[in-house]
Design a protein around this ligand. Structure first.
Ligand SMILES: Cc1cc2nc3c(=O)[nH]c(=O)nc-3n(C[C@H](O)[C@H](O)[C@H](O)COP(=O)(O)OP(=O)(O)OC[C@H]3O[C@@H](n4cnc5c(N)ncnc54)[C@H](O)[C@@H]3O)c2cc1C
Length: 474
């Protein structure tokens, strides 16, 4: 069989597009393989549709909380925990269709641009390696000077008795489902579970979370505590529970679960969302025909140049698993493109502190180290923590939860970590991302003028608290 030769092959059209599009502009000849809709997880079934769903949910929260601002005619509850009927109704079908139409149309625009480009051959199919640098698809073989694997990850389905074969949802289906369930069980307590659980809950579904250990457990410990405290008031949170059996009959799921003491309980619901982590899309890629090695968990092994164990085959994004965010795969794609095709140097990838946000209620965001990480590393630090309510804008918001926490290295006064839970956390964190990237110290945070009475004053107040602690023990 003859082998068609390209300059570049890109497998996957999510973060992989960070190579494809600029390489096409450079005039390189590219083969793109994508088995699903163009745009990857973020556009089609991840970041974008989920945030388009969560925003209306947050609007519902605002309406539900309006009474605390003396705006009458609204309920003072969120979600359906107390079975209080909401005074407005959500046209869930319209909402989901609007979201789907928007992301589908964006995906189709990418497809049109790929098909129009003389530089890009788009193969709408699954790619498989048959040799180190040879890929087979649709009965043809292709090779390239450089190959980029950006195949992403998919929802992990836990092995629970009876689950397979039932019409449960993963995040993919939950973002396309047009019928708002009356009652939903969510298996999982990570960021996808709490984001989608909150979206459904705030729009009117009674939501129950079954969580093996803690919610959002990768966050700083105080954020975890605060999140569980606030979230449990809004939704039904069953901590320390392991689902053991799922049954589906008469359009109802019955989920049996055990608690830490081994006691069994059951819950019945009309929708079941499984959000128990992700697995990399590396098991059906023909890697067994190559020298490309995997790490435990099936993630592709790369060096600090994102090169796999085969020269000139690179990998990025969720299938590598250094970080599982769209902004991190973008960073990796831009690094690879610049290094290999523009700067043509041998510099390793150096990640700045990678921030993250959880778009739930309350919002969470963080950058840099957590307290536990600093303890483990034996680094001496002080904490500056200020609650939202202890700030002018926090008072205006009538905040009853949330804080900004900063971690400062005792010796150098350098900002090492920042963690926010509360209103606008995903926006607020950006000033701390900038500070941490610029190696700022506590003095830098304190000599900044903050707009009064904007939310970032909470950051300043946290910095003032850190200063007091630092001076007290000096
Ligand atoms: C519900 C949800 C919400 C999220 N929210 C956020 C958020 O708010 N912020 C954030 O940063 N991240 C978020 N993420 C994570 C983010 O979407 C991913 O980290 C990111 O999209 C990963 O990009 P990627 O390029 O590595 O993989 P993907 O975007 O998944 O792209 C991989 C592509 O490869 C294709 N593919 C796989 N195998 C093959 C093959 N053999 N042949 C051809 N094609 C193949 C797949 O179809 C897929 O389109 C969210 C994820 C989910 C599920």
């Amino acid at each position: 069989m003859s082998v068609k030769k390209y300059d570049i092959i890109v497998i996957g059209s999510g973060g992989g597009a960070k190579i494809t599009s600029p390489a096409a502009k450079l005039g390189l000849k590219i083969a793109v393989f994508e088995e699903a809709a163009l745009g990857g997880t973020c556009l089609n079934r991840g970041c974008i549709p989920s945030k388009m769903l969560i925003h209306p949910a947050d609007v519902a929260v605002t309406i539900n909380e309006a009474a605390k601002f003396d705006i009458v005619g609204a309920q003072n509850t969120v979600g359906a925990q107390d079975s209080v009927p909401l005074r407005y109704s959500v046209n869930f079908e319209n909402l989901i269709n609007r979201i789907s139409n928007t992301v589908d149309s964006d995906s189709q625009k990418i497809e049109a641009s790929y098909r129009k480009s003389p530089q890009i051959d788009f193969y709408h199919t699954r790619a498989k390696f048959v040799l180190n640098k040879i890929i087979e698809a649709n009965g043809a073989q292709m090779t390239a000077d450089k190959i980029f694997i950006a195949t992403g990850a998919r929802p992990q389905i836990p092995d629970i008795d009876g689950l397979h074969g039932t019409p449960f949802m993963t995040s993919t289906e939950a973002l396309r489902n047009t019928k708002l369930p009356r009652k939903m069980i969510v298996i999982g307590g990570g960021y996808i579970a709490v984001e989608l659980g909150h979206a459904y809950g705030a729009l009117g579904t009674e939501v129950h979370f079954l969580i093996r250990s803690r919610m959002v457990k990768k966050e700083d410990w105080q954020v975890v505590d605060e999140f569980e405290r606030v979230f449990s008031k809004l939704y039904h949170v069953h901590l320390g529970t392991i689902p053991t059996k799922v049954r589906y009959a008469n359009n109802q799921f019955t989920v049996t679960f055990k608690n830490n003491q081994g006691n069994e309980s059951t819950l019945t619901c009309d929708a079941l969302l499984v959000a128990a982590g992700v697995v990399p899309n590396t098991d059906d890629l023909g890697l067994e025909n190559t020298d490309i090695q995997l790490n435990p968990g099936g993630f592709i092994k790369v060096d600090d140049h994102l090169q796999t164990t085969v020269p000139d085959v690179f990998s990025l994004g969720d299938c590598v698993g250094n970080f599982l965010f769209r902004h991190s795969v973008n960073f990796e794609g831009e690094y690879l493109f610049n290094r290999l095709f523009i700067e043509r140097n041998n510099h390793p990838i150096v990640y700045p502190p990678v921030p993250h946000a959880i778009f739930t209620h309350p919002q969470i965001a963080g950058v840099g180290k957590t307290e536990d990480e600093l303890k483990k590393a034996g680094i001496e630090y002080v904490v500056g923590l200020n609650h939202y309510k202890d700030s002018a804008m926090g008072m205006a918001l009538r905040s009853d939860h949330g804080f900004v926490k900063i971690l400062i290295e005792r010796k150098t006064k350098k900002l090492l970590g920042a963690h926010i839970i509360g209103a606008e956390a995903s926006n607020m964190i950006h000033m701390l991302i900038a500070f941490i990237n610029m190696n700022a110290t506590l003095d830098d945070l304190l000599r900044t003028i903050y707009i009064h009475p904007a939310l970032p004053e909470i950051v300043r107040n946290a910095a003032r608290k850190a200063k007091i602690t630092l001076e007290a023990v000096a």
